[in-house]
Every structure is written in C-alpha cells, then in structure tokens.
Design a protein around this ligand. Sequence first.
Ligand code: SF4
Length: 691
Amino acid sequence: TLHPAIAPMRTTCPYCGVGCGVLASPDGRGGVTIAGDPVHPANKGRLCVKGAALGETLGHQGRLLAPQIGGQTASWDQALDLVATRFRDTIARHGPDSVGFYVSGQLLTEDYYVANKLMKGFIGSGNIDTNSRLCMASSVAGHRRAFGSDTVPGLYEDLELAEVVVLVGSNLAWCHPVLFQRLAAARAARGTRVVVVDPRRTASCDIADLHLALAPGADAALFNLLLAEIHARSLDCGENIDGVEVALAAARATDPAQTGLTRAELAQFFDLWLGSDKVVTVYSQGVNQSDSGADKVNAILNCHLATGRIGRPGMGPFSVTGQPNAMGGREVGGLANMLACHLEIENPAHRTAVQNFWNAPRMAERPGLKAMDMFRAVEDGRIKALWIICTNPAVTMPEADRVARAIAGCDFVVVSDMMAQTDTTRLAHVLLPATGWGEKDGTVTNSERRISRQRRFLPPAGQARDDWRILAEVGRRMGWRDAFDWQHPAEVFAEHAALSGVAGALGSDFDISDLAGIGVAEYDALQPFLWPQSAARCGGRFFGDGRFHTPNGRGRMVAVTPRAPQALDAAYPFRLNTGRVRDHWHTMTRTGLSPRLSRHLAEPFLEIHPADAARLDLAPASLAEVTSPHGRAILRVLVTDRVTPGHPFAPMHWTGETAPSGRVDALVPGRVDPVSGQPALKSAGVAIRSF
Ligand code: SF4
C-alpha cells in the first residue's frame, strides 16, 4: 500500500527500553526513511542498528490482515461477539478467576491501561500478567522492598556524570546500544571507569577497565561483600535507612569463594566502587532473571542506600528494562500483583479508590496469577479462557513446549497479533489483527521514567485495529458500555492521568495529574517528559533528599543470604545461559524481515568454551543437540573463550523445527524467584552432544 509523503513524524523506537526518539518519513513511494530524533533526550539523534533498520521491517509481509475464527476469515463483529460471549459465559459458570490475559511490554500504555481496567475492575480478577514478568519483575520487587515503591531513582545522564559505572548482568552494548554509546562517549570525554560484572566476556567489555567473570548467580554474594567492605572502611552513612544491622550481618557472613573471583579482583572492584561518590550500578537481566533475582537487586540497592549514593547527579542504582514499555506496564498495573498507578492490590484503601474512580462493579481483591503460574493454570484447566496480546509465549516462556501444549489444550484461546503465523497464533481459536508500529498512536515510558509518544504515520494493515480499541470493544460487548467508551487514545491517556492524581493523593510516586485534562491536539503535540508531572512534583531524581515512599519515610536495607543456583543433575551437566543478540528482537517477527539485521548472526548458535568443545568432540560450525528435561534445540557450534567452561550461552530469538532450530526457552526450567515470580532464564541444566 502506498502512503502519502509527509513531513517527518516524531515517534519512538518500538524495541528496547532506552526509548529512542525516531523521525519517520514516508516517501510516498511505499518506503519510510528513518532517522534518530536529534531533540529526543534519550538518544539525541543516535539510533542503533535495529532502530536504523525500522524502515525495512514495515509493510504487509506475514501480517494478519483480518480476524479469523477457527482458521477461517470472519468479520470483526463475529469475532468480537464470540470473544465477549465466551469470556462472559466462562466467568458466569466458573467465576472471574477462570479467565486470564497474558499481555506484553510492547503494548502502548493506553492498550495496557484498558486491558488492566477490564480485567481488574470489571471482570474482577487479578489474572492479567505480562511478558515483562520475564524481564524486570525482580527489579519491581526489589524497589518496593527498598523504597516502598517501584521507583527508578535516576536518569540516563547519571551514566554520563558518573566517575564509575558498573554494569551487572547487562550486556548494554548489545541490549541497550544507544545508552552504551552515551556511556562510551562520556568515557572518551571524561575518563569514566567502567566495570563489567558478567560470567561472559560480552561486547560491553570492550570499554571495561575491569571485567569480573564471576560465578553464575553470584551477584548477591559480590554486593554483600561490597557492603561488608563499605562498613569496614566506615563509609556508611546509614541515615534514614532501616535494616542496616541485619543486612550487614548477612553481608559479613558471605563467603568470598562464592563469587569465583580472586582476592585481587575483589579488591580492585572495591577500590573502584568506593573510590568515588559518583558511582552508577546498572543492572539488567543477568540480575533479574534468576530464582533469587529480587535478593540480587536488593544486594545492589543496599550498597547504594548504605552510602547515600542514590538520586543525586552521577550516582545511584539503575535498572534498565528490556522492553520498550515495561515501565508503562508497571505504571498502569499490568502485573498481576499491582494495581493501576503504582497502587497496591493488597491495600483495601487503594482498591476502593480505584474502584470508585472506575465506577467498577467488581474489583480484583487479591493478586492474580503470575506468568508461570498462569500457564500452569491453563494447563490444569483452572483457566478456561485465555487472551494473549502482542506476545509469543509458545516460544518465549520457560518450558516453552509445555506452555505450547497447555495453550493448545485450553478451552478458548484468543490471540491478538500483528503477524499471521507465529508459534502462538497457530494455537488460537480466535485471531484478532492488531496494528503495529507506525500504525498506532499512544505513549511509552522508557527506563528513566520518560514518557514519549508513538505516533501514527501509516494506515492500518488490512483490517487491523489498535489493541486498546479491540479490548474496549470487548468490554462494551460484555456489558460495560460507558466504562469503555473512548473515541481516541488521548481520552484513555487523560483518564489514566486523572487516576494518577487519585493515586498521588494516596502517596503514590506515579502522578501525572497535570495531564488529566489533556485534549487531542495537546496529546498529538506532547513532548517527551519525565514523570512525575503534577502540582506537587515535576520530573527529576528520587530519594536524593533521603525521603522514601515507605510508611515511615525511611529507606530499607534487606538482609540477603546469597543462594547458589540450583545444583546441576549429572545427566545435564552444563549450565546454559540465554540472552539476546545485537541485531534481533525477541522472536524476530519484525527484525527477521531485514536482511541486514540477519547478516550479523544468521542462525541460532551455542557459544561453548574450547575445553568443553574438545571434550564433546564438537568442531567449530558443526551442529550440537542441546537437551534438558524440558526440551531440545539444535544449535550451530561457536567455539569461544568468551564463555567459561561448563557455562555455554545460546540466544533466545529463534524457533522452528528444522536444524538448526533454536527453541532455547524450551530448555529452560519453569523455576521462578519466590518473591518476584520471575523465571530463572539464565540457568538451565542441559546436556550437549554432536548432532
Ligand atoms: Fe531502539 Fe533501543 Fe536501539 Fe534505541 S537503543 S534505537 S530504543 S533498539
């Protein structure tokens, strides 16, 4: 479809949590020119290779262009009536907890808000969870324990103002490339010292002054040892902080041998971290995706709380999110254990306030099922109607084969997606075509709490509709006409902003109530801004003033006893690490369309240490069969000393049946962090042999 040439449209990249501003210019001949937005504060004109290739991933190839019921094309009315009827009947017969929504950190905030309102306020269940559970739930849990709220204290510019930046479990160079570029530029200009803490020698090590290849899962032990050292050097301030003594006692009990690092390496790390007040500790999936992820987060936060290095220029802990709108999902309450606007689902006053605001008939009274538990409930029939929106859990969930079988056995499955053929769309009874990037309007929040617009510059593909409109239409057909009667995403945004004012009055950090009266024109012109944005507070950092969001206003250190990852079974003697590559995004439904993005790494592969490869008789570029009790993948062998013996690595993006086939998450056990519910995607016991 040709679309008219227009002036560059200011929008936001749909991939990682950096949230770069993009200028998109349809050329009138079917193409779209992409450039970095020079005035967007996140990227100041920069783009990484994925963002720069966005123009190559548009078009209708592989798109779902019309609703389908049972594999046959249907009208929107038929499909929406069927979805509303089946959900309404299931709830009537089995109760509100017999249904679930599994949504996505790639939804826009407006989509997310409507999904959460429908499930938590009108269906009356907490059973909405998101693939962000796989991404940063441990950070949310850690923030709430330490700060009393899920608040990212700092800003991107802190990486540029710091004298020392520590990257923990974060391959920033590949997973948040523009933020890495900003750090590299600051390092070149100011001599910033960079430490990488990661069992793998990743591309981020290219600018590192120190790489600590610690034992897998030993992050909490490392930061406990740092906390003990802080105390030993009498550097702790501990003002307005609770839990200092218990956290210190746990820290002092930590055995340095757990880290697998030498005394000299530890001493070097302590000297760097303690050598300057201006330290930023950036952490990501290597910390979060663990069965003790929340404790690892708190071990990091403890060190910043103990030294007062938080919420001030150039210092603080910094969780970088994997997805473009993981933060927006947190803001609207898209996780099963949260309520809208950072209110708490367990708090009766918070529930009542949201119920009154929504004029909702039946509020969820308790947290719903988190992602892994939700698919277990699908498997055993407790959930009988499931709506999967903008995500592909048949590939990306741990024990992905089992999850795919569970979805296939569910009584009624609805999938909303841009793409016609994914591992998950194949399992749907009803398929609903959704608009994609460039076709929809809304907002996203990046890792530094900056809300930016995504803007429409293309017509919808076929009959595709915006996710918020689809959800609202189902809500209306289920009988709640007035509550879901918006005509424009600006109205959804304005309602969310108004609700945030209610939340702000209850003490929530998330308050954008200045924007409660926003109209369509103002929404269209909305410039990127940091939250909060209210009469009481605008933007900036949190906690630098020593005031936290706990009931007594004090920060909380948490006693952390480091736990080693689960012991390996002799039959599965390798601990497989999983993660991203530089040029692909998730299951490659979009980035796979760009030939240049596929040139970087064209096949699913297994990074394996030369000693392991020799022992298994695996030649470079041969195929290896990797198995676990849960699944199997066939991967191209890449022999490299970037990984350590016994700890191979495989990327998460590929699927498919023919070799090499990269269903890597099928290998991963469904073990989760007991606090956050986040799965341990970095640690799968596997066997490897030549294929
Ligand atoms: Fe997009 Fe992230 Fe790359 Fe920026 S760094 S262009 S947000 S993928």
